[in-house]
Design a protein around this ligand. Sequence first.
Ligand code: FES
Length: 341
Amino acid sequence: MSEKTSTELATAEHHGEEPLFPLPPHRHRLTDTDPRAARRAERQVATMFVLSALLVVAFVAVYVGVDVRSTLNLGPFGVVNASNLLLGLTMGGAILLIGIGAIHWAKKLMSDEEIVDERHPLGSPKEDQDAALEAFQTGVAESGFVERKIVRRSLIGALLLFPVPLIVFLKDMGPTDVNVLRETLWKKGDRILVDITLQPLRPEDLNVGTLVSASPEGLNEVQELEHTQNARAKASIILVRMKPEEIRSQQGDNWDYQGILAFSKICTHVGCPIALYQQRTHHLLCPCHQSTFDLSDSGNVVFGPAARQMPQLPITVDEEGYLVAADGFQQPVGPSFWERG
Ligand code: FES
């Protein structure tokens, strides 16, 4: 491989042909022809590097010498922390000067002659191309692809239909009937069981600020049934307890029981299970994309990509004092893609 400068390339032939995109003739910079200009540029670059070094020293001096609580009054910009401001200015200035100095050095002093490395021809030799073509034509002739029309046409038909199953599979990406999402295992009178222990709960088992994950009674029998996983996922709920006076709104009248509220555990964005609860704000935070729901205000979305409130389950207690569902969910649980379009 040989290297050619732009001046040489301007007249060079590329593999026996004129280059498609010849480089323009090289134009010298002032610093290439005038030694004094070059020295001046050299001094400018060195000055920036030295100033950068001084700013680093200043940064350390600020860090050591400026009280972190001291402030500066910047008039219309208000009062700012002096230490933060000076540390930022000195470190930012040092980085900036190194960058500008390097660019100035490259533009004014480094060689800017354009160089092209010629490569060997990428195409195969003519003999190889002829051999490949001959092998292909022999293969086509031996396969009978041309003569056997019925085979050829049926193969083309089969290949054209081949992508159809992929399109059909799209149907599995979600139920087209929203009622499938609306129906869960919850129904009136179902006891609420704590996940893992599967024990029923009384209101006094929950302190204010508590969150527990729960499922409906009878979920174990469902394990034998088809679609168990879907049923289990859709039925997952969380229970939270807050002071009754902190509840600002609910999805139905008196759907809480003495400040205990039940919501679906499945995020209405794309269906992650949620159990991150901030008891001070009553916010429920989805860890997947940070949708945030205010459980004291009907489970409404206060932040994030979810487009729909968290469905609430009405609850009460049975004659033995255990928490039960007062009814099923009144709106679909889970992602709300079905609302679109
Ligand atoms: S799944 Fe909850 S925010 Fe995306």
